[in-house]
Ligand binder design. Sequence first.
Ligand SMILES: [Zn+2]
Length: 146
Amino acid sequence: MNDIELRAAEEQFEEEHHDARKDKPEKAVRIYNDSPLLAPVDIYCMNCKKDYKRVAVKRHGIDRGKFRGVYYTVCPQDHKVLREITDKRRDPYIKNSVLLNKEWRQIKGDFKGQEGYEEKWGKMEREEKDLVQEKKLRDNFIKKYV
Ligand SMILES: [Zn+2]
C-alpha cells in the first residue's frame, strides 16, 4: 500500500465511521481519548499469518450505533490490520496471535494447581473450549454446504 492508497483507505474508514465522538460521550470515548495518537502495537496479519510489531495511528467512528476506536496500521507486506481500542472483546489479535496465545498458555500453566486457579482461569478455560468447539462446528458446516 503506498501513501495515496493508505490515505484513501483512511478516508474510507473515516467516511464509514464519521463523526462519532459527539454522539456517545461515554467510557469508550474516554478510553479512546486517553490513548496516544500514535502507538507501537503488536499485530497479527491474517494474510501473512505472522506476528509483527508496528506503529499504528488511532481512528474513531460509529459502528452499528456504537462508538468504535481502533489502531490502524499495515503489516510489512502492506496488508491493512486493525487493533480494537474501545472493544477489546472483538480484537482479532487476542484470538489469532500465535505469540500472544503462546504467552497466554504459559501464564496459565504457571498458575495451574495454585490456590484460586479455578476461580481465576477455570471459567475462561471453559469459554475457550466452547469457542474452539463452536469454530469446529462452523468449519464443518462451511465445508459441507458452502
Ligand atoms: Zn501481511
